[in-house]
Write a protein that binds this ligand. Structure first.
Ligand code: ATP
Ligand code: ZN
Length: 902
């Protein structure tokens, strides 16, 4: 097997790295912490997942990254595989989101961490632990195998060499043996149980018991047979006695019956004779009645006027009566309906007459009302005519007022207005003249005062020669003139005022005339209206009275007609009564006919009865004759029987019956006891037979069980052998392995640490390791120095690896040998030995070796050199294949020196 390529994304310090790996020795080189170990861990993680590593999934994902991916391509047994794992962070947790394995064979595909891990473990024939123990020597784990206890070591190595399988098989065989053993134990127990049960049953000796019971049973059977024969004989004699007695009894019964029969017959004959006599009497009675009925019938025939009582004549008579009745009924119906019709007519006429009379009455009342109304209207008319005359007189007076006036009626208002204006004009003139007068008077007074003072009244200058004083006279004249004018004017005012007063009186009169005229007009209209109303009312009253007269005449006529119809109805009702009487007569005639018929029927019946009774009497006589014969026969048989009874024979039969019954009772009891005994014996025999049968079947079961136990013993032996065989085989193989391993270990150790101090290493069957010094002293490997221990461990691992490579047939799984810092504790001499070892391992068939180392010498031995570097600022690692490893060894980084030595 070999790794071809590893690709990392966000795995530990790697952001994105893709590294191809080839066959041969690859040395991975770099400073401390640059990420070398992480690269190897990635390969291991790809194969087995995180379970096999110390850390958790979280340690795999680069700090701060959300997801991570690791892919590994590898080749095994000529087939390529590709594993891919993806991790994702979910909050605090990291989960594997993808885990697949594919191959160039399409059929091979695994999905899911568990399937992939199982597939890899199966393919490489080692699980993660085995891989770590054998192929992947992790940094600092050099002492693991040395420190392990022999048992741990044994488990590791057995596991690697698949010896574990044999142990598994041995254990399975062991389990099978235990299982068989348990079943065997159970079956043996069961077998013992069966045997003890069989013994128990045999001890009872059921066959002997059966024999005894069967002989008892045959004795009982014999007795039963004997008794049954005796019983039969007794039954026979009982039977004979019984038949004698029965016969006797029969005869006695027959006799009794006969005697009773004879008695019965005698009684019956007597009774029937009496009956015959009674019947004879009855016939006599009936004959008398027939005579009577014939007499009555003759009388009735006379009544109904029929000669003969024969049914046809009677029926014809009845038919005639019926026809007559139909006629009468028809007439009656007609008469009744006519009478009803006439009554109705009469009533209707009566009603009409009443109606006409009441209407005439109404009309007369209405005419009286109209007359009263006309009377009232005439009074009103008179009143109105009086008012009219009054107002005509008043008007004449008022019109007379205008006679001496300059105006006519109708001009008064206009006249009043002109008179008023004339008054107003005069009054205005009076006011004007009064004012002028006052002014003239005051200027006169002023001039007079001034004159007294000597001053001009106008200019206040000295009046002497004043122009104004000259005017004083004129003014005095003027005052006088004005006083005259005013007096005149006042007279005129008086005149005009009188004019106005008169004019106002005229206006009043004129208004009153207008009112009177209006009233007169109304009165004249009212008078005309009343006159026509009176005339109309009187006319209508006359008409109504005429109509009332007519209606009264009409009522008189109707009343007469009603009386006529009522009279007719009475006549018809008399006819009805007559017809009803005729109907009653018809009924009577029919009743008479019924009586005739009844009389005739009674007569017929009586005759029939007489005939019937005669027949019955003859019958009774016949039957009694028969009975008498029968009676004679019975009497002679009775006499015979009385003679035949033998009392002695009857007594002896009775005795023998008693003794037979006595014996039968006893023998029945004895037989019952015997039957009981027999049943008991039979059931006991049945039980014993069952026991015997059970015993047989128990024996059969026991035999079968014994055979099964024998088989199981054989199987048990076989499983024991198988278990031992697997144990032996493993021991044998282990011994062979231990021998090979010891040899290889010695060879390898010799190669890497050959010196004078140690002679050889011993690996015993229990995987105990002992190192022997040259002087033969044994040494516990733990006592070795650090470097020695590293070499010892390497040797052991390489030996195991060799054994694995050589010891397993078919495709050796041999994964790459991975060494992480194997040189840590080694001095330079041993480092070169290690290089030799590596070379040798290749010779043993290890195709790929991956070494993490700083050592130049190992670098020199590399076919491929991979340099790992970490960027100190970003803390991210990168890998780089160095083209020529031999060159690179010279350019070894200085910082690595401290790693080189111990
Ligand atoms: N999950 C992680 N995320 C980021 N860096 C990590 C993570 N886990 C480990 N590292 C870093 O990877 C480095 C460890 O790498 P590794 O052990 O492979 O180094 P090395 O080359 O083998 O060193 P040495 O020579 O000392 O053995 C450390 O520097 C560590 O800080
Ligand atoms: Zn390291």
């Amino acid at each position: 097997m070999r790794f071809d390529r590893i690709r990392l994304r966000n795995f530990k310090p790697y952001v994105d790295t893709d590294l191809r790996l080839t066959e041969g020795v690859t040395v991975i080189h770099g400073l401390n912490g640059s990420g070398k170990s992480s690269l190897l861990e990635a390969c291991f993680f790809a194969l087995y997942g995180s379970k096999a590593l110390d850390g958790t999934l979280g340690d795999m994902v680069t700090n701060g990254a959300e997801e991570s991916e690791v892919e590994l391509w590898f080749t095994h047994d000529g087939r390529s595989y590709h594993v891919r794992r993806e991790l994702k962070r979910y909050g605090e947790q990291i989960q594997t989101t993808t885990c697949t394995l594919d191959s160039d064979d399409e059929a091979i595909h695994r999905d899911g961490a568990t399937d992939v891990r199982a597939f890899v473990a199966d393919l490489l024939r080692m699980d993660a632990a085995a891989f770590v123990n054998c192929a992947y020597v992790r940094q600092g784990e050099v002492n693991k195998l040395i420190n392990a206890t022999p048992t741990e070591r044994q488990d590791m190595i057995d596991d690697l060499l698949q010896l574990g399988r044999l142990e598994e098989y041995r254990e399975r065989a062991g389990n099978a043996r235990l299982g068989v053993n348990e079943v065997l134990g159970n079956k043996r127990e069961l077998l013992r149980d069966y045997e003890s049960r069989i013994e128990e049953r045999e001890a009872k000796d059921p066959h002997e018991t059966l024999n005894a019971l069967q002989s008892d049973l045959s004795e009982v059977d014999a007795k039963i047979e004997n008794y049954e024969q005796q019983r039969e004989k007794a039954e026979q004699s009982r039977q004979q006695a019984r038949s004698v007695l029965d016969e006797h009894e029969e005869r006695r019964e027959e006799l009794a019956e006969l005697e009773a029969d004879v008695d019965d017959l005698e009684t019956t004959i007597r009774e029937d004779e009496a009956e015959r006599e009674r019947l004879g009497d009855r016939v006599g009675d009936l004959r008398d009645r027939v005579d009577e009925a014939e007499e009555t019938l003759r009388e009735r025939l006379a009544v109904v006027a029929v000669d003969d009582a024969d049914p046809e004549t009677l029926a014809a008579r009845r038919e005639a009566l019926d026809d007559r009745e139909d006629e009468v009924r028809e007439e009656l119906r007609e008469a009744r309906s006519r009478a009803d019709a006439l009554s109705t007519q009469s009533e209707t006429l009566e009603e009409r007459a009443a109606d006409a009379a009441s209407r005439a009455e109404e009309k007369r009342e209405r005419a009286a009302e109209l007359d009263a109304d006309a009377e009232a209207a005439a009074e009103t008319l008179e009143e109105r005519e009086a008012s009219l005359a009054e107002s005509t007189a008043e008007r004449g007076e008022l019109t007379a007022e205008f006679d001496d006036e300059p105006v006519a009626v109708g001009e008064a208002t206009a006249h009043r207005e002109s008179v008023r204006e004339a008054l107003a004009d005069v009054q205005a003139e009076v006011r004007e003249t009064s004012n002028d007068l006052a002014a003239a008077r005051s200027s006169v007074e002023e001039a007079e005062r001034l004159l007294e003072e000597g001053k001009c009244p106008e200019c206040g200058q000295s009046v002497a020669d004043s122009p104004h004083v000259d005017a004083l006279d004129e003014d005095r004249e003027r005052v006088a003139r004005l006083e005259n004018t005013l007096a005149e004017l006042n007279d005129r005012v008086e005149e005009r005022t009188a004019d106005v007063e008169r004019a106002e009186a005229l206006v009043e009169a004129e208004n009153r005339i207008g009112q009177i005229d209006d009233t007169r007009e109304l009165l004249e209209d009212g008078i005309a209206e009343k006159e026509s109303e009176i005339a109309e009312k009187r006319e209508r009253a006359a008409t109504l009275r005429e109509e009332a007269n007519d209606l009264e005449g009409e009522a008189e006529e109707k009343r007469d007609a009603a009386e006529t119809q009522a009279e007719r109805a009475r006549e018809v009702r008399d006819d009805v009564e007559e017809l009803e009487a005729a109907l009653d007569d018809l009924d009577e005639a029919r009743d008479d006919l019924d009586a005739v018929e009844a009389g005739r029927d009674a007569l017929d019946e009586a005759e029939t009865e007489i005939e019937r009774l005669g027949e019955r009497r003859a019958e009774i006589a016949d039957r009694n004759d028969e009975r008498r014969e029968f009676l004679a026969a019975k009497r002679s048989r009775r006499d015979e029987l009385r003679e035949a009874v033998d009392e002695e024979a009857v007594q002896s039969a009775r005795d023998s019956l008693d003794s037979a019954e006595d014996y039968l009772e006893k023998v029945t009891d004895a037989l019952e006891d015997l039957a009981e005994r027999r049943d008991d014996l039979t059931s006991r025999i049945g039980a014993v037979e069952n026991e015997i049968e059970e015993l047989e079947s128990l024996r059969e079961d026991r035999d079968a069980l014994a055979a099964r136990v024998e088989e199981l013993e054989a199987v048990h032996e076989e499983t024991e052998e198988l278990e031992a065989m697997y144990g032996d085989l493993r021991a044998e193989l282990r011994r062979a392995n231990v021998e090979s391993l010891e040899r290889m270990l010695n060879e390898t150790f010799e190669l890497v640490y050959g010196n004078d101090a140690y002679s050889h290493i011993e690996l015993d069957g229990e995987y105990e390791l002992t190192v022997y010094q040259k002087d033969g002293e044994p040494l516990d490997p733990e006592q070795l120095s650090g470097g020695e221990r590293a070499l010892f461990n390497l040797s052991l691992r390489c030996a195991i690896y060799r054994l694995l490579a050589e010891g397993i047939e078919g495709a050796a799984p041999t994964p790459p040998l991975i060494l992480d810092e194997p040189t840590v504790f080694l001095d330079s001499g041993h480092v070169s030995r290690l290089a030799d070892l590596i070379e040798e391992m290749r010779g043993f068939g290890v195709r790929q070796i991956l070494i993490v180392s700083h050592d130049d010498e190992l670098v020199g031995a590399a076919d491929e050199l991979v340099r790992v570097e970490k960027n100190p600022t970003s803390n991210r690692s990168t890998v780089e294949r160095v083209a020529d490893p031999s060159l690179s060894a010279v350019e070894r980084p200085v910082g690595d020196a401290e790693h080189a030595d111990d």
